[in-house]
Write a protein that binds this ligand. Structure first.
Ligand code: AMP
Length: 288
């Protein structure tokens, strides 16, 4: 059975409330659509934790900066619906339904947003935090699944759910990769064949860091330089390669020794396409 498509916040809230009234647990998977196997793995995960699973599909304008890819972001609601056999509800609102006239509230998580992607995408995480808060408020008590592909986003969402006492259990899902290691992303559709090959530098760089880590390398600069070396072979430009604390996201300075399990995070451009990848060293790469 295809999922039920709803377009308005009121209808979406009603379906979630009705499910809870029947004693069902509600799961939600927020997405921007152009669904791939990574998104579908999140839906399967949600289905293991909830009876009614809703997928939200919304290309959120407030998380795109001027000159970013809001207008050309891939949109394919019919194709997405066809892929969502496991979901029960799809909520695909218009922007005016999420941000009606008079809308004036924004959610900021400034410290976590100040690292990694924050300085390169001013306002991005405020847009993400705001729309996710709205979506979770509409869903009500639920389990919400997010991918570790967007590691910083997940950390910010965990923080805001705690700080705002939202009745949401947040689950993180491992990164789902193509067989050759490329992290799945809707933006991979922008890559030419040649760029697609160059994009493998990200996962190769992370694999190299993991290899060094396994051999006892703990120097943050050595780990970072090794990753940067690999990424720079194919990248048009690098926003950052950081070795950071996995909780606070604070980058480790040169000379620091990485203790615990450090996060290695990359953002770079291949052609005009901005790609992200990350790995927590010493953890099994479950998503591979
Ligand atoms: P997006 O549609 O890009 O906003 O992503 C929607 C959700 O899917 C976010 O929680 C992402 O982190 C997650 N996601 C996207 N790509 C992947 C992937 N390759 N592996 C795991 N989760 C992913």
């Amino acid at each position: 059975m295809p999922p039920t498509l709803v377009r308005t916040p009121t209808d979406f809230r009603r379906l979630c409330d009705d499910a809870r009234a029947r004693g069902e647990r509600v799961g939600v998977v927020p997405t921007m659509g152009a669904l791939h196997a990574g998104h579908l793995a999140l839906v399967s995960h949600a289905k293991r934790h909830a009876k009614l699973v809703a997928v939200t599909i919304f290309v959120n304008p407030t998380q795109f900066g001027p000159g970013e890819d809001l207008d050309r972001y891939p949109r394919d609601l019919a194709g997405d619906m066809a892929k969502l056999a496991e979901a029960d509800v799809v909520f695909a609102p218009e922007a005016t339904a999420m941000y009606p006239s008079g809308d004036d509230t924004r959610v900021r998580v400034p410290t976590l947003a100040s690292h990694l992607c924050g300085p390169f995408r001013p306002g991005h995480f405020e847009g993400v935090a705001t729309v996710v808060t709205k979506l979770l408020a509409l869903t009500g008590p639920c389990v919400a699944v997010f991918g570790r592909k967007d590691y910083q986003q997940l950390a910010i969402i965990r923080r805001l759910v705690t700080d705002l006492f939202l009745p949401t259990e947040v689950l993180g899902h491992p990164i789902v990769r193509e067989p050759d290691g490329l992290a799945m992303s809707s933006r991979n559709a922008y890559l030419s064949k040649e760029e697609r090959a160059r994009a493998l530098g990200l996962s190769r760089g992370l694999a190299r860091a993991e290899e060094l880590w396994a051999h006892g390398e703990r120097n943050a600069k050595t780990l970072r330089d090794a990753v940067r070396d690999e990424v720079s072979r194919g990248a048009t430009s690098i926003d950052y390669v950081e070795v950071a604390d996995p909780e606070s996201l604070t980058p480790l300075p040169d000379g620091a020794l990485a203790g615990g399990r450090p996060l290695v995070a990359i953002a770079c451009r291949i052609g005009t396409t901005r790609l992200l990848d990350n790995r927590v060293l010493g953890e099994p790469d479950e998503g591979a």
